[in-house]
Design a protein around this ligand. Structure first.
Ligand code: ADP
Ligand code: ASP
Ligand code: MG
Length: 467
């Protein structure tokens, strides 16, 4: 069997949904499990609705809700279902709208929006798109059935960023999804959404439908995990910055994981781990150009002789410089420092050290003041917010000389705050000021990709199709 995940833009309107159904139909013989995101903009809309309700603005919150419901109704009518199916789905949409209205009024009344309530509200985005896509598939004659992700994706109760229980997931997949597949049906299930053991809805973090797809793929032992989106695959850089960027035909799991982690939004950073655990290839494909070959991510990519495969950038980075108070770095200093980050549950991205000081980066400034206070007990701390990591990725960076020298000279007058080459030596990262990040990506892309004519490694992108 295979897993096919469709992102928000791939189901954003009636014609997009019809295209998805055609794509699924073509893969019918491979026993697909379909994972779907909320329609484009719905998750943002639901979050905005919660926030406006929290501010007490009932009318604005109800306006957001009514727009969201209208968009779904519009798609529903556009699908040209039979009258009875249309009524059935319209009833479900109306029920969900009413429930969301109740949540909204509750938030306004209580002036409280806990992560738990927010997850319950946000989960309706995916629940709505599953209803619509299932109907769209059925009207095309596919034997599709919606499966409630809350019954399958058991998670802990870290609302907003819940962690899956993979063992429970495997059991539920065997009990619930496998029989559906055995009966020749196509299950359609929400990405992003799960539930706690008490049945409270949870979400896996923004962009988490990719992760859900990979988790389901691993639990079911899929032959392939397909991530269908609005671009041809993993590109040499985000096309909004570098329109001339090319599509990469193949990446290793390690390369894709680095790119996803350092900002290539096309793939949620956690997607690769479940795929690696069962050695399942992941393909990124364009739902508006289904015949394009996409990017294939597998355990090992062929040697290409090309050092840099892609450039990613992650903004919103904070650099923390920590200087040991005892001048020379004392024994135990690093341990106490990292233990502290661990205690605050803040992951550190890059680290570079000298004899007396350590510079490191974190990607949120949420807990910075508490961390700084603790660090100040035994060190001198300075913090610089609004930085960005710009990162070159490629397995062959390690065997290619002069990459760092070429990068620094290409960056020219852009001030580089920190440089780091990971132990795997397939990523070379530069920390720059956030406002310089876009220009840094452009300059590095020019340096490493101009004039490269390697059609077996990089493929031209049809610029007409780029969103
Ligand atoms: P979906 O809704 O299908 O999950 P996303 O918006 O999450 O889609 O991801 C696709 C987007 O990722 C692209 O439209 C593009 O703007 C962005 N992106 C950033 N970096 C890259 C990259 N290196 N390659 C491809 N897309 C990228
Ligand atoms: N709908 C969710 C989001 O917008 C999950 C996803 O699209 O992957 O973050
Ligand atoms: Mg996404």
């Amino acid at each position: 069997m295979i897993v096919m995940k469709f992102g928000g833009t791939s189901v954003q309107d009636g014609s997009a949904m019809r295209r998805v159904v055609e794509i699924v139909e073509r893969e019918k013989h491979r026993h697909p499990v379909v994972v779907v995101s909320a329609i484009a903009g719905a998750t943002n809309g639901l979050l905005a609705m919660g926030q406006t309700a929290l501010s007490g603005d009932t009318r604005a919150a109800e306006e957001v809700l009514s727009q969201l419901v209208s968009r779904h109704r519009w798609i529903l009518f556009d699908l040209a279902l039979s009258k009875s199916t249309e009524r059935e789905v319209a009833d479900v949409v109306a029920r969900y709208a009413e429930e969301l209205g109740n949540f909204t009024r509750g938030v306004v009344l209580l002036r409280e929006l806990t992560p738990r309530i927010q997850d319950a509200m946000v989960s309706y985005g995916e629940r709505l798109s599953v209803q619509l896509l299932t109907a769209a598939a059925q009207v095309r004659g596919l034997d599709a059935i919606s499966v409630d992700a809350r019954e399958i994706m058991r998670t802990d109760s870290r609302f907003g960023k819940a962690r899956p229980d993979t063992e429970a997931l495997a059991v539920r997949c065997r009990e619930t999804i496998a029989p559906v597949l055995d009966a020749g049906k196509i299950p359609i299930i929400e990405g992003f959404v799960g539930s706690t053991d008490k049945g409270e809805p949870t979400t896996l973090g923004r962009g988490g439908s990719d992760y859900a797809a990979a988790l389901l793929g691993a639990a079911l032992g899929a032959e392939e995990i397909q991530i269908w989106t609005d671009v041809d695959g993993m590109l040499t850089a985000d096309h909004r910055l570098v329109p001339e960027g090319k599509k990469i035909r193949e990446l290793s799991f390690a390369e894709a994981a680095e790119l996803a982690y350092f900002g290539a939004r096309v793939l949620h950073p956690a997607t690769i781990e479940p795929a690696v655990s069962r050695d399942i290839p992941v393909r990124i494909l364009n739902s508006r150009r289904p015949s394009a070959s996409g990017t294939t991510i597998a355990s090992r990519a062929r040697k290409t002789g090309v050092a840099v495969k892609s450039i990613a950038a992650k903004k919103g980075i904070t650099v923390i410089d920590v200087k040991s108070l005892r001048m020379l770095m004392a024994h135990g200093f690093l341990r106490s420092m990292f233990e502290l980050f661990d205690r605050h549950e803040v992951p550190v991205d890059l680290v570079s050290t000298s004899e007396v000081s350590v510079s490191l980066t974190v990607d949120s400034d949420e807990k910075i003041s508490a961390i700084v206070e603790d660090l100040s007990q035994f060190s001198e701390v300075t913090v610089e917010k609004k930085c960005a990591i710009v990162c070159l990725v490629g397995e062959e960076i390690r065997s290619t000389p002069r990459i760092a020298a070429r990068s620094l000279s290409a960056l020219g007058d852009i001030n580089v705050r920190m440089i780091s080459q990971g132990a795997s030596e397939m990523n070379l990262s530069f920390v720059v000021r956030e406002e310089d990040a876009d220009e840094a990506v452009k300059r590095l892309h020019r340096e490493f990709f101009t004039g490269i004519d390697r059609p077996e490694v990089f493929e031209e992108v049809d610029t007409e199709m780029v969103p």
